[in-house]
Ligand binder design. Structure first.
Ligand SMILES: NC(=O)c1ccc[n+]([C@@H]2O[C@H](COP(=O)([O-])OP(=O)(O)OC[C@H]3O[C@@H](n4cnc5c(N)ncnc54)[C@H](O)[C@@H]3O)[C@@H](O)[C@H]2O)c1
Ligand SMILES: O=c1ccn([C@@H]2O[C@H](COP(=O)(O)OP(=O)(O)O[C@H]3O[C@H](CO)[C@@H](O)[C@H](O)[C@H]3O)[C@@H](O)[C@H]2O)c(=O)[nH]1
Length: 820
C-alpha cells in the first residue's frame, strides 16, 4: 500500500483548495495555498514559486515534478488544523471584519452567525489552531541529527511573525517527519554533538549522559535555553475539539510582534499564563479557560463588553480585555503547552486532548466507573481515570446524546461464544454488535465513522455496514472501520500508550481511505506513524483472530513439551530459554503453565475454528482445535497430578488455592484455569480455602456456582471459604495449589507457612514462580510444571560442609532421614 502520508495528501487533494504550511531549508515557514488539481501530491504553484521544491516547475499553471517524499509528512499533519479553520472558523466577530457573511460556506454545525474574515484575519486565526505538544514516548532514543537544533531563532526573526508556532518548528523541517522527535531527546539528555556557534570547544567537564561517542560541546545556558524551543512540536488540534466553539473569544487576539520580541523561549511565551500554575495543572487550566473563556473577568479588565456580539447561547456577559489579556487567554485556549521533559514518558497529553465518552447500557457499570471504586482492577487505570474523568473523559448511560455528539464511535461490546443454536460452543455471538449498530442507525443525525473495536469473525463489519446503510437518514453517511484491540489485561495502559502496532482496516474507496486516515491521525498523537498499519477490513478482522491464535498456540506448544519434560527430566524453562533465543522464534509467550485462560484466547480460537468449518476447511479447523484441546489437557493433567500426589483422594482435605484470576495483575476471572482446578477438587470432595489479592468473594462464588460448573451450588458454597490473606488460607491445609503467578506469592514466608500446615505438606506450583530448592529444603513436597523435582535432604558431613543426597519424589512416600 502507498504510504500514509501520501494517501493523506491525495485524499486531501480531492477536496477543494486549502492552506498548508511549507517549510523551507532555511528554517522559514511560508504559508502557501495548495492547488491539488495542479500539484502532484500536494506541491502547489505557490510553493514552487517560493523555491521550496527543487525539480518542480510550473507549466501552464500546472506543477510538474516528482512526488513529495515522506519528509513533508509533518507539514501535512497540520492541514486538518487549517482545514478546520476554514471550515468552521469562529462565530465571534473579528475586529474590522465585515458583518455576517452572506456568502458564508462555513459548515460548522450549531447556530449563530458567522463572520467574514479577511485572509489576514484568517491567517491570524491559523495560529490558534496550532498546538505545541510534547513528543510521543516511543521515539526518544534514536539520536538523530542534532544540527537542526542549533538554531535559536532570534527575537528579531520572530518579529513580525504572527504565527509563532510555525516559527518554532522551523528548524525541524529539514528532517524527515519521523525523525524529528528523536532530535528532541538528544537535546536534553546529551545535548548535541554539533558545535554550536560561539560555544567553547569540546567540554572537558561535560556531564552529559548521552551514550555513544563523539565530542560534546559546552553550551551556554542561553544556548541551552534556545535549544528548548526545539522540543516544541506543532500539531493540529484533534477533531473532537473543534466543533465546540470554545475557542472563539480567544482567537481574536493576534499577539503583536513586539509582544514576542526579546522572548527566547517562545514556547513559554506562547503559553505565557501557564507558568504561574503548577506544571501538572497547566492542562486543566487550559480546559478551564476553554470551558468558559468569555465570562472571565480579568483583573483590570473593563466591564461587560457592550458591543459584544457573541451569539453562543447560555453565556453570561463577556468582558473587554486589553490586548495583553487577550493574548494570555488566547494562548490558553489554543492550548499551547510548554514541552516538559518530565512529561514525556507519561503521555498525558494524548489522554487530555480527545474528548471521550464511554457509554454502557449497564447502569451499574457506569455508576462504578463514576465512583471511587472502578469496576475492574488494572494497574495504572485509577490514575488515568482520576486525572481525566470530568475533563475529557466521561462515563454515561446517555447513549443517544453520546452517539449524536461523536465524530468517531468505537463499538467495543462483548462478543462471547454462542451458548445456544447454530454454532453453539464455537461461533461468536454477534447480538451485541448488531444491537449497537442498530442503536447508531436509530440515533445518529450526522456523519459518523464507526469503528469495530470488538474482536469479531471475518466479515462482521459487513453486518454493521448493512444495518447502518439500510437505515441511513438523509445527510448521514457512515464509514465502518476495523480497528482490533491488542492490549492484554494487567498491562493494558502500557500496551495502549506504547502499542507496538495499531491496525486499521477500511474500505478501499476514497471515502473509506479518508476515514482510515482520520483514525490514523487520532492514533498518531501518541503512536509513531510507522507503527500504524492499514489494511483492508477483512484482513484487519482476521489478523486479530490470527494474532490470538498464534499466541495461544505458542502456549499450547510449550505446555505440550512440559509433559515431555516431566517424563524425561528435561526442564521446560531451560528448553523455552534455549528455543526462544532463536530470533526467528523469540522468547515471549513460552511460559509453561497450568493452561491459558482469559476471555479472549479460547473464544477467539473457537471463533476461528467455526469460521474454518463454515468455509469447508476441516483440516485447518482441526489444526486450531488442537490448541484448545491441548489447553484442556494441560489443566486436567495438572489437577490429576494434585489428586494423585495426595494419595489419590482429596475428600475432606483442606486445600489452599493461591490465586484465582486468569493471570497476575488483574481481577478478571473469565476462563481462569483456577476455575477448572477448583471445580475438579470440589467434585472430589475437597474443602477449598481460596485467596486472591484482587478477586472479590462474590466473583469467586459466581464462577464456582455457575450452572456450567456445578449442579449443586449449595454444596459448593459449603465447601469453599474465601480468605483475605494467604497465611489464613494455608493454615491447617494439606496442600497448597498455586494457580496465579501473583508477585506477592514469591514473597511469602514459606517457613512460617510450613509450620502451620498439615504434614506432609504439599505444594503444587502451577506457575513455576517459587524457589523450589528452598521449599524442598524447608520440607515441602513440591511439584511444578515441566520439571521433575528432586527432594533433597541436607545433612552435616563435618562442621561446615553440607552435602545433599537426592531422592526422587515419584513414589509418594515421605522421605525422612531413615530413608537415606
Ligand atoms: N478484555 C480485553 O482485554 C480485550 C482485549 C482485546 C479485545 N477485546 C474484545 O473487546 C470486546 C469487549 O471485551 P470486554 O472484555 O470489554 O467485554 P465486557 O463484557 O467486559 O464489556 C462489554 C460491555 O459492553 C456493554 N454492552 C453490550 N451491548 C451494548 C450496547 N448495545 N450498548 C452499550 N453497551 C453495551 C455490556 O454491558 C458490557 O459492559 C470483545 O469483543 C473482546 O473480545 C477485549
Ligand atoms: O507464556 C505465557 C503467556 C501467557 N500465558 C497465559 O495465557 C493467558 C492469556 O494471557 P495474556 O495473553 O497475557 O492476557 P490477555 O489479556 O488474555 O491478552 C490476550 O488476549 C487479548 C484479547 O484479545 C489480546 O488483545 C492480547 O493481545 C492477548 O495477549 C493467561 O492465562 C496467561 O497466564 C501462559 O500460560 N504462558
Amino acid at each position: 500500500m502507498e504510504s500514509a502520508a501520501c494517501r493523506r495528501r491525495a485524499s486531501d487533494a480531492e477536496q477543494s483548495s486549502r492552506w498548508t504550511y511549507i517549510a523551507t531549508a532555511e528554517c522559514e515557514l511560508v504559508i502557501v495555498k495548495e492547488e491539488p488539481e495542479g500539484g502532484q501530491c500536494g506541491v502547489s504553484e505557490a510553493a514552487v514559486a517560493e523555491g521550496l521544491y527543487a525539480g518542480h516547475e510550473v507549466k501552464d499553471e500546472v506543477v510538474i515534478g516528482p512526488e513529495l517524499t515522506q519528509q513533508q509528512g509533518v507539514v501535512f499533519s497540520m492541514q486538518n488544523t487549517v482545514h478546520r479553520l476554514e471550515e468552521g472558523t469562529c462565530r465571534s466577530k473579528p475586529e474590522g471584519s465585515a458583518d455576517v457573511a452572506p456568502d458564508s460556506t462555513h459548515t460548522c454545525p450549531g447556530d449563530g452567525p458567522r463572520y467574514n474574515r479577511s485572509p489576514e484575519q484568517q491567517h491570524g486565526l491559523t495560529s490558534c489552531f496550532v498546538r505545541l505538544e510534547r513528543l510521543p514516548v516511543g521515539d526518544l532514543h534514536r539520536g538523530k541529527p542534532c544540527s537542526s537544533m542549533q538554531a535559536n531563532p532570534s527575537a528579531s526573526a520572530l518579529q513580525g511573525s504572527r504565527d509563532q508556532g510555525q516559527r518554532l518548528s522551523s528548524n525541524m523541517s529539514t528532517l524527515p517527519a519521523g525523525d524529528q522527535q528523536n532530535t528532541v531527546r538528544r537535546l536534553e539528555e546529551g545535548t548535541c554533538r554539533s558545535k554550536p556557534e560561539g560555544s567553547a570547544d569540546a567540554a572537558p567537564d561535560c556531564t552529559h549522559t548521552c551514550p555513544e561517542d563523539g565530542p560534546r560541546y559546552n553550551r551556554s545556558p542561553e544556548q541551552q535555553h534556545g535549544l528548548r524551543s526545539c522540543f516544541v512540536r506543532l500539531e493540529r488540534l484533534p477533531v473532537g475539539d473543534l466543533h465546540r466553539g470554545k475557542l472563539c473569544i480567544s482567537m481574536q487576539a493576534n499577539p503583536s510582534a513586539s509582544a514576542l520580541q526579546g522572548s527566547r523561549d517562545q514556547g513559554q511565551r506562547l503559553s505565557s499564563n501557564m507558568p504561574t500554575l503548577p506544571e501538572s495543572d497547566q492542562q486543566s487550566a487550559v480546559d478551564k479557560t476553554e470551558v468558559d473563556p468569555c465570562q472571565l473577568q480579568p483583573a483590570g479588565g473593563a466591564g461587560a463588553a457592550p458591543e459584544c456580539t457573541h451569539t453562543r447561547p447560555g453565556e453570561g456577559p463577556r468582558c473587554n480585555m486589553s490586548h495583553d489579556q487577550q493574548f494570555q487567554l488566547r494562548s490558553c485556549s489554543v492550548r499551547l503547552e510548554r514541552v516538559l521533559m518530565e512529561d514525556l514518558p507519561r503521555c498525558d497529553t494524548c489522554l487530555v486532548i480527545f474528548h471521550l465518552t464511554v457509554c454502557d447500557k449497564s447502569v451499574e457499570r457506569i455508576n462504578q466507573w463514576n465512583s471511587e471504586k472502578l469496576p475492574i482492577y488494572e494497574p495504572g487505570l485509577d490514575d488515568v481515570v482520576k486525572r481525566c474523568r470530568g475533563r475529557n473523559l466521561f462515563f454515561s448511560t446517555d447513549i443517544a446524546k453520546s452517539i449524536q455528539e461523536a465524530d468517531l464511535i468505537f463499538i467495543s461490546v462483548n462478543t462471547p461464544t454462542k451458548t445456544i443454536g447454530n454454532g453453539k460452543g464455537r461461533a461468536a455471538d454477534l447480538k451485541y454488535i448488531e444491537g449497537a449498530a442498530r442503536m447508531i442507525a436509530d440515533l445518529a443525525t450526522s456523519n459518523k465513522i464507526v469503528v469495530e473495536k470488538s474482536t469479531v469473525p471475518v466479515k462482521a463489519a459487513e453486518i454493521i455496514m448493512k444495518i447502518l446503510r439500510a437505515n441511513t437518514k438523509p445527510g448521514v453517511n457512515y464509514q465502518i472501520l476495523s480497528n482490533p484491540e491488542f492490549l492484554a489485561e494487567g498491562t493494558a495502559i502500557v500496551d495502549l500508550v506504547e502499542a507496538e502496532r495499531v491496525l486499521i482496516g477500511g474500505e478501499d474507496t476514497p471515502d473509506g481511505q479518508k476515514a482510515v486516515q482520520e483514525l490514523c491521525w487520532v492514533y498518531e498523537h501518541w503512536i509513531p506513524a510507522k507503527n500504524i498499519l492499514t489494511t483492508n477490513t477483512w484482513s484487519s478482522e482476521l489478523s486479530k483472530l490470527a494474532a490470538n491464535a498464534f499466541l495461544a498456540q505458542r502456549i499450547s506448544s510449550i505446555n505440550s513439551l512440559s509433559a515431555v519434560c516431566e517424563a524425561t527430566g528435561a526442564d521446560v524453562s531451560e528448553v523455552a530459554r534455549a528455543v526462544g533465543r532463536d530470533s526467528r522464534i523469540g522468547p515471549k509467550f513460552l511460559e509453561a503453565s497450568i493452561g491459558f485462560g482469559g476471555s479472549c484466547f479460547q473464544k477467539d480460537i473457537l471463533n476461528l475454528i467455526y469460521l474454518c468449518e463454515c468455509l469447508n476447511l476441516p483440516e485447518v479447523a482441526a489444526y486450531w482445535q488442537q490448541v484448545v484441546s491441548l489447553n484442556d489437557y494441560q489443566k486436567t493433567r495438572f489437577t490429576r497430578k494434585v489428586i494423585e500426589s495426595l494419595f489419590n483422594t482429596v475428600s475432606d482435605k483442606k486445600i489452599a488455592i493461591l490465586g484465582f484470576s486468569f493471570k497476575k495483575n488483574t481481577g478478571d476471572t473469565r476462563e481462569s484455569p483456577a476455575i477448572h482446578v477448583c471445580k475438579t477438587l470440589l467434585d472430589e470432595g475437597a474443602k477449598l480455602h481460596i485467596y486472591d489479592p484482587k478477586v472479590e468473594k462474590d466473583q469467586m462464588l459466581y464462577e464456582l456456582t455457575h450452572p456450567y460448573v456445578t449442579s449443586e451450588p449449595e454444596s459448593v458454597r459449603k465447601n469453599m471459604e474465601i480468605h483475605s490473606s494467604a497465611y489464613s488460607a494455608v493454615t491447617g491445609a494439606h496442600a497448597i495449589v498455586l494457580c496465579t503467578e501473583w508477585d506477592e506469592f514469591k514473597e511469602l514466608d514459606f517457613k512460617k507457612i510450613y509450620e502451620v500446615m498439615m504434614k506432609p505438606a504439599y505444594l503444587f506450583d502451577g506457575r513455576k514462580i517459587l524457589d523450589h530448592d528452598a521449599l524442598l529444603e524447608i520440607g515441602f513436597h513440591v511439584q511444578t510444571i515441566g520439571k521433575r523435582l528432586l527432594k533433597g535432604v541436607f545433612y552435616i558431613v563435618n562442621d561446615n560442609v553440607k552435602c545433599r543426597k537426592v531422592v526422587q519424589l515419584s513414589e509418594h512416600k515421605d522421605i525422612g532421614l531413615d530413608g537415606l
